[in-house]
Write a new protein. Structure first.
Length: 367
């Protein structure tokens, strides 16, 4: 299942370094000058899940397959991007194609690394970026209003309903409010309109506070200011040191754990970003466990068993009979299928069953 998480920020704040570490491949150019990223770099990133390794210890498969996320490194925005400044609207279009925005914010000082605005101020940087997103939404919405107004005058009922929502939304965002705070966000007319328009400020935003090594153990003034701002706007902050994360790309798990412990950190910032992005997209994993493969399959939360089976193959949904289900904890406790079945922990579930995160499943079907 493909997902889109876009890395955005002002130029030279560590987006490409973060991207390099996320993808475990040095394929995004990093340099100390603005606009070193022009075309968006795209990569598929495995979702870390220790449960897969635990399942593999029991099943001893030939391979392990993780769930994945699509990450996109989008070139730096600058003030006036919505009017074509810097590399302008091209970048805004790339953001529009993603589902969640990871906003990398520089939270460290280093005179050897330039900042496009000349100083370090994470809240100013956020304001610049999010104003450009808002300006782009205003422009898009005005075009939609102009279009549906003509149809509404011709007695088009759908156009009239869209016009009411669009004009109400325009008043709201013209005052500087993001679309995500709009009272009519759950309205069906709005949802259909936004599905087509993909308004930028309707997207979930996660802040990635890029700090230096000292900033990992204790929050500096920039991180504290960012966390206070995020709390007021109901957003989350994940702290990371992109430089160290990139250095750890070549480490094995033991070396990585030792490094994180020496820095006073329990979990890699990148792992936190992947897990939080997965959650923000409303996703979860179920597992299949056999001698050929132990695999995590990505589904939306609250998905039925037949729909979950379809991510393996459409025939599984078409000919669905039932699902044999063991919870992850039971699979581990009773050491696999046979042990769980003997203990009465294997359940037979039908078409209405809502798959739970971590279910170990086997589908019965007939086509």
């Amino acid at each position: 299942m493909g997902l889109g998480i876009g890395l955005v920020g002002l130029p030279n704040v560590g987006k490409s370094t973060t991207f390099n570490a996320l993808t475990k491949a040095q394929n995004a150019e990093s340099a100390n000058y603005p606009f070193c990223t022009i075309e968006p770099n795209k990569a598929v990133v495995p979702v870390p899940d220790k449960r897969l390794e635990e399942l593999a210890k029991i099943v001893n498969p030939e391979r392990i397959q993780h769930s994945t996320l699509d990450f996109v490194d989008i070139a730096g925005l600058v003030k006036g991007a919505s009017k074509g400044e810097g590399l302008g609207n091209k970048f805004l279009t790339n953001i529009r194609e993603t589902e969640v925005i990871l906003e990398i914010v520089r939270c460290f000082e280093d005179e050897n690394i330039t900042h496009v605005e000349g100083s370090i101020d994470p809240l100013r940087d956020i304001e610049i970026i999010e104003q450009e997103l808002l300006f782009a939404d205003i422009e898009s919405l005005q075009k939609r209003i102009d279009n549906v107004s003509k149809k509404a005058r011709g007695n088009d009922k759908e156009a009239k309903a869209q016009l009411i929502i669009a004009e109400t939304l325009m008043e709201f965002i013209a005052e500087g409010n993001p679309v995500s705070n709009f009272d009519g966000f759950e309205d069906e007319v709005f949802l259909n309109m936004n599905k087509e328009m993909r308004l930028l400020t309707s997207k979930e935003i996660i802040y990635g506070a890029n700090v230096d090594e000292d900033g990992l153990e204790e929050d500096n003034e920039f991180v504290l200011a960012l966390k206070n701002y995020a709390s007021k706007h109901n957003r989350e902050v994940i702290k990371l040191c992109a430089k160290i994360e990139e250095e750890m790309v070549e480490f094995d798990e033991e070396e990585k754990t030792e490094m994180l412990e020496s820095l006073g950190v329990k979990e890699s910032g990148l792992d936190q970003i992947i897990h939080k992005g997965f959650d923000k997209l409303g996703l979860m994993s179920y597992f299949t466990a056999g001698v050929k493969e132990v695999r995590a399959w990505t589904i939306k939360k609250n998905t039925t068993a037949p729909k979950s089976a379809a991510v393996i193959h459409n025939d599984f949904e078409k000919g669905f009979i039932r699902a044999e289900v063991i919870s992850y904890n039971d699979f581990i406790e009773f050491q696999g299928d046979s042990g769980a079945k003997d203990a009465g922990k294997m359940r037979l579930e039908g078409k209405e069953y809502i798959v739970q995160d971590g279910d170990v499943m086997h589908f019965r079907f007939n086509v």
